[in-house]
Design a protein around this ligand. Structure first.
Ligand code: ADP
Ligand code: MG
Length: 442
């Protein structure tokens, strides 16, 4: 029995909101090729840079979003905020997580999350518990995700204090949170690793006060240096107009947004698809060697644009062999993808214009391993596949023209392993599809 693993720190709020339940976990670490892990860590600073450069370069975001906005009200609203605030922010902070699956020891990027990349807190705590067991046959790498992200946010507070000559000790970080969030313990671990005080508010709060002259943001009399979003990534996070006006209001303040609206949009799956094109990638990054390195982990991703010959060819390819692909809309947070035979029905039911808002991706088939998990208080052994996430932090300062940039921090920032039943298509931990896991490198 692996009872010692049970720990109140690796917890979720219970569904009824009253108590806490243990997060679903793997009881022992899952075997994972070291070369794949090392490679994913190595690439992270380049992905961070890619997010930053996508925002700076602007044109690709504009082209992609303008087109999507015709069809997709959510992207339209986000893009409208981007258009209102096109200037590159003086201080840019992005906390990213690049997710991968491994096939034959090679990593393939599943997606790049640029907003609300979660689970760093729980993943760090689970790793600490497993490493503390000191089993000689386990090679679990250190995982400082929660501390590294906290340190990144603190570095942004320092940069803000310097930029605006503010007293650091009076500055606070604002967490924008979902009112019915179950993953609160994960967030609390991160809060505890931030030196500055943290204020939590929902997106529709009436407490945001902006000084018209300086665009200084304050909440309850505390000046806010960083706005960190753990909400705002899904249409359901904007049930009223006020949610939208507040997102726009916050964007217009001088607080460092994590992410700013451009970096949020840079995480769209359509951007991921366009950047698999080598010319686009090179234009954004401006460095052939970096572009080549990133491209080594790209799976095939195909556009389904109705106005291009290529898009029509790709649609035909999906209809002929749907088992080879995953169909994805421009959404985050799990539960949105279509797999296998269902792709045919889904594509068949869409207008050509609607189809162009989706991307088609090669389905990765990771190695299946047998693991013992604890879920809903029950222990069971399942055939499972894993998805590795590598966190990254980038903090940059630039002058108002955007000509001079200094990179204050750009680092890989710890990891997450989620493991799910081999037959399950989706992958969220809080949504109950997968379990939190640790790496046993070989
Ligand atoms: P979301 O933004 O909803 O998290 P993802 O692109 O991460 O979207 O897809 C959700 C889940 O679907 C992933 O966690 C993974 O388990 C599975 N998945 C996504 N893309 C692929 C793929 N190309 N091959 C195999 N599984 C995939
Ligand atoms: Mg995902």
């Amino acid at each position: 029995m692996e009872g010692e693993l049970l720990d109140a720190q690796v917890a979720l709020r219970s569904s009824d909101g009253r108590g806490l339940v243990h997060a679903p976990v793997a009881l022992t670490p899952s075997p994972f090729p070291r070369v794949a892990f090392d490679r994913a860590c190595e690439l992270q600073p380049l992905f961070n840079e890619l997010v930053f450069q996508t925002v700076r370069e602007h044109k690709l975001l504009d082209d992609v979003c303008a087109k999507l906005a015709d069809q997709d009200a959510f992207v339209r609203n986000l893009y409208a905020i981007f258009r209102q605030h096109p200037a590159v922010p003086a201080l840019f902070l992005s906390v990213n997580r690049s997710d991968y699956m491994v096939e034959d020891d090679c990593i393939f990027q599943i997606e790049l999350n640029t907003i609300s990349a979660s689970l760093a807190g729980l993943s760090t705590k689970l790793t600490e518990l497993q490493r503390a067991r000191r089993r000689s046959d386990w090679n679990i790498p250190e995982n400082r995700a929660c501390y590294a992200i906290g340190a990144g946010i603190d570095a942004a507070v320092d940069a803000y204090a310097q930029e605006y000559e503010a007293d650091r000790s009076t500055l606070a970080v604002l967490f924008i949170v979902q009112p019915d969030e179950r993953n609160v313990h994960d967030q609390q671990h991160l809060q505890s690793s931030i030196r500055a005080s943290v204020i939590r508010r929902p997106l529709d709060s009436s407490d945001f006060v902006v000084d018209a002259q300086s665009s200084r943001l304050s909440v309850d009399g505390h000046e806010i240096a960083v706005v960190y979003y753990r909400a705002g990534y899904a249409p359901s996070d904007y049930p009223t107009e006020r949610h939208w006006t507040n997102r726009a209001l916050l964007e217009g303040t001088r607080a460092v947004k994590c992410p700013d609206i451009g970096a949020h949009l840079a995480g769209l799956k359509k951007i991921q698809q366009v950047l698999t094109n080598r010319d686009s990638l090179l234009r954004v990054l401006g460095d052939a060697d970096k572009a080549n390195q990133l491209a080594t982990c790209f799976a095939g991703i195909y556009c389904l644009d109705d106005d291009e010959e290529e898009g029509r060819r790709n649609t035909q390819m999906a209809l002929e062999s749907p088992e080879r692909f995953v169909l994805k809309p421009q959404r985050e947070g799990g539960g949105n993808n279509t797999y296998g035979a269902a792709i045919k029905d889904a594509l068949g039911a869409m207008s050509p214009a609607e189809r162009s808002t989706y991307i088609l991706m090669d389905r990765i088939r990771p190695t299946i391993t047998s693991i013992t998990i604890l879920r809903h208080g029950m222990q069971s052994t399942i055939d499972a596949v894993s998805e590795l996430g590598i966190y990254g932090v980038i903090l940059c300062r630039q002058d108002t023209s955007g000509d001079s940039v200094s990179v204050l921090r750009n680092c890989e920032a710890g990891w997450l392993l989620r493991t799910k039943p081999a037959e399950s298509d989706e992958g969220g931990v809080v949504s109950g599809y997968s379990v939190l896991d640790t790496l046993n490198l070989f």
